[in-house]
Design a protein around this ligand. Structure first.
Ligand code: SF4
Ligand code: ZN
Length: 472
């Protein structure tokens, strides 16, 4: 495979390239764009014009510098061994292959695609988006040799994209619906994925029927199909082994997998906990389950959330905290599909510990939540601070108010006893409320750190003197 006929470089070395606002020629999709998607479908060979790229809508030469357009990337493939279950796995590679182009930044997946094309790339001669389609076709056929024919249709027209966007959403929903009917105890094989190790070297996804991959794009059926056609590829079988704890979702096979794939960095995972040995998070999670120490419950914010969550942090700030392949108790990257699973963080108390959700997300998952809980979960339209949330929970009689975790968090009861118990275990220590002041240089100013009913797990604390020139 060669790209020498194209005026730019292509290769894995360009993955992870960031294109900032001032370097950007055009933005395609992203949070400010209503319509964006990427979809792959398997078709009969006779329906595919191999190598063909169509563009429906304005091209690079019609776009002004700094402008924004919707984007649809529709890849259709054919091959004797292909089956529908492989579509989602192929689709996930669109992210990687677009990022191979020097000057293209691609983030996310499915209906959250966010791309930027750099000015430099356009200056080099990238004068039509069709070149991107050509790169995709060549990479798909070279990297996945069971694909015999491929064609790509790109959409940038704000009107034309609507219909195909609806079709794509229907396909995603059908995939998710099928996966919701199957549970971890129904199968004797789990799967793993290391596609994100180029960004997060200690991260590997454990993919089980109840835990769709955190990017939301690879469910158990998809992973099974991928591992079958390419057992040595990035998606592979994970024999569950012995179940050490059914409620936590603690399997010896998953532990062995993460230990091997993280090169010993991560020792064990509880599949159904965001608080103890949580699943690692790369950066592509659809949503974040976060602990609210003041309430003893959890919130969930998704990628599309505009503004801050109930803890005062926007998605981007929490994503920095959550991602990078770390195991971060209290911040867990998840797929939206997992929220619909009956095993949702069941080790932490399950779905009834959810006290706050972003409004859009809540609307999306409402039909899968227990009917008597839906109206008790607050959103940004109901409350906007922790005090308001507490009053809301009491008024609505959210089940969290009956829990010890809540009573302890809001009332400070039983703190000392608990502190000793956890302290002896040497794991995570509920600290009660702790306040200490860190003085600034020369004894002036400084800042106060208040740790309220938090759980802290740290292997090391590094305190660095800040460079005085940096803004706060
Ligand atoms: Fe694979 Fe997980 Fe990355 Fe999705 S988030 S591509 S399943 S490693
Ligand atoms: Zn990822």
């Amino acid at each position: 495979m060669s790209f020498s006929d194209l005026p730019f470089d292509v290769g894995p070395v360009y993955e992870g390239e960031r294109i900032r606002g001032n370097q950007m020629y055009v933005e395609l999709g992203g949070p400010k764009s209503e319509f964006k998607f990427e979809l792959c479908r398997v078709k009969p060979a006779k329906d595919i014009k191999d190598g063909n790229v169509e563009l429906i809508g304005p091209d690079i030469t019609d776009m002004e510098v700094g402008s924004r357009y919707p984007i649809g990337i529709y890849v259709e493939v054919a091959g004797a061994q292909l089956e529908e279950d492989l579509e989602a796995v192929f689709e996930r590679r669109i992210h990687e292959f677009c990022n191979f182009i020097n000057g293209v930044m691609h983030l996310n997946q499915r209906y959250t695609t966010w791309m930027r094309i750099s000015k430099q790339l356009v200056e080099k001669g990238f004068n039509t988006l069709k070149m991107m389609g050509t790169v995709l076709i060549r990479l798909f056929k070279a990297e996945l040799n069971i694909i015999e024919k491929a064609q790509v249709t790109l959409y940038t027209d704000p009107k034309e994209i609507k219909k195909i966007h609806k079709m794509a959403m229907d396909v995603y929903n059908a995939r998710d619906e099928r996966a919701r009917g199957l549970h971890d105890e129904d199968v004797d094989m789990f799967y793993g994925c290391v596609l994100c190790q180029s960004f997060a070297p200690t991260h590997a996804c454990a993919i089980t029927p109840d835990r769709t991959s955190l990017c939301g794009s690879i469910n158990w059926f998809d992973a099974r199909a991928a591992a079958k056609v390419d057992p040595k590829g990035p998606i592979y079988e994970v024999p569950p082994g012995e179940c050490l704890d059914l409620v936590a979702g603690h399997y010896t096979g998953v532990d062995a997998m993460i230990k091997k794939r993280s090169l010993g960095e991560i020792e064990q995972i509880y599949l159904y906990s965001g608080m103890e040995y949580p699943h690692t998070s790369c950066g592509c999670f659809e949503a974040i389950d976060f602990f609210l120490p003041e309430i003893g419950g959890h919130g969930i914010i998704d990628r599309s959330h505009d503004g801050t969550a109930i803890n005062g942090l926007p998605f981007s700030a929490m994503a920095n905290q959550t991602g990078g392949g770390k195991q971060m108790p209290g911040f867990n990257g998840i797929s939206i599909q997992y929220i619909a699973s009956p095993k949702y963080q069941q080790y932490d108390g399950g779905i009834e510990t959810i006290v706050w959700m972003g409004k859009n997300l809540k609307d999306r998952v409402a039909e899968f939540l227990p009917a008597d809980l839906v109206d008790k979960i607050a959103t940004e339209e109901d409350v906007n601070d922790i005090n308001g949330l507490q009053a809301w929970l009491e008024e609505k009689k959210h089940p969290i108010i009956e829990t010890d975790a809540y009573k302890m968090a809001v009332g400070g009861e039983e703190e000392e006893e608990e502190e000793e118990e956890y302290g002896a275990a040497g794991a995570m220590v509920p600290m009660g409320t702790q306040t200490f002041t860190v003085p600034g240089a020369g004894g002036m100013g400084g800042f106060k750190v208040i740790l309220k009913n938090c759980k802290i797990h740290a292997e090391a604390i590094i305190i660095k003197k800040m460079d005085g020139k940096r803004k706060k």
